[in-house]
Design a binder for this molecule. Sequence first.
Ligand code: CTP
Length: 401
Amino acid sequence: MTVEANLKILVAVTGGIAAYKSAELVRLFVKAGADVQVLMTEGAQAFVTPLTFQALTGKAVRSSLLDPAAELGMGHIELARWADHIVIAPATADSLARLSQGMANDLLTTVILAYQGPVTIAPAMNQAMWSNVITQDNIKRLSAFHPHWSWVGPDAGEQACGDVGPGRMSSPEAIAHQVLGAATDKTLTGKRVVISAGPTRERLDPVRYISNFSSGKMGYALAQAAQQAGADVVLVSGPVALQVPKGVRLVSVESAQDMHDAVMKAAVGSDLFIATAAVADYRPETTAAQKMKKSDKTLSRTIDLVENPDIVASVARLTTGRPFVVGFAAETHDAVAYGQDKRVKKQLDMVVINDVSVPGLGFGSDDNQVTLVSAEIQESYGPAAKIRIAQWLIEKIADHL
Ligand code: CTP
């Protein structure tokens, strides 16, 4: 597998026994043609010497945040800007804990905080440390803020400490495959892609609104996957607590009407529109100019709602500059039949169907399971992390463009 020579990979090595396998990982990246820079934590240097990585990459290893000479060459913020992909291998329990708290007191945590691109993490630790609820909670926290980070392993098996269980770092080949696979399939080069994501907010008065539980994770993961596939991506997003993927243009909106206007502006003449947003179907007929006050023990006020524009259907109805249109359908039963029905009614080219009745998948979750349908195809994928699902969907949709 080879990549364009300008793919810049920052490999961060933290302090675990698996650090010796990272030398092989770095060799694989260099062999594939990537430009590789290694960062080591202090702990990592107790296991492998920086000289090993320097010999493999031809570059001095970065390890200290407060090294005047290194900072003069490429400061930590520049290092974060330089990288197209950061790979943390091995990622120890301590490094995951520190990253999950947003710490910034060493080079790794600082670079990660300042970085917005794709990250691949290969955890490695003792099986009991891996299974510990605190470690699992830290991983949940990281995944919640960064749904487009991807995780490899850990594998189960015999460990250096003699224990048997999950915690071994995945093989360098598996990690390299995951990282390079995402960077090589430039199936959307030259394409303009518009994605709607997140919930909308429909105001009742200056302090209250009607909304829904959409986290925006699937839309943000798709934006990153499309960007990595070479597309020029515009992400029209309702209010969410997610980091915008590197290289993606964000248009922030609040209401369904705002989202409609922003999407129509961006979608005309684009190549592909993917509607992942959970748009409020209705909005209050009137929005009070001033805060509604509590007056009585009971509230017997009626809020009249009026219909919002159907954004994906409006794009699909365009007569000039119509992109290829993909909608989402969240269903609880007869998912494929309802999804196909939605495709025909809204005149969409494809529909991604989520069966939201499966516990732990879909809405708000980091994982998903989807079925992609068109007039000709019906293919399923998952359960898998949303970034994996997104990469699969982009590959499939690109085949049909
Ligand atoms: N959608 C949209 N604009 C709306 C409502 C929905 O663009 N006003 C898009 C969503 O982004 C999604 C698709 O339409 O891609 C399906 O949305 P969904 O809410 O499931 O469909 P509805 O038509 O509202 O049908 P129902 O709620 O009855 O399932």
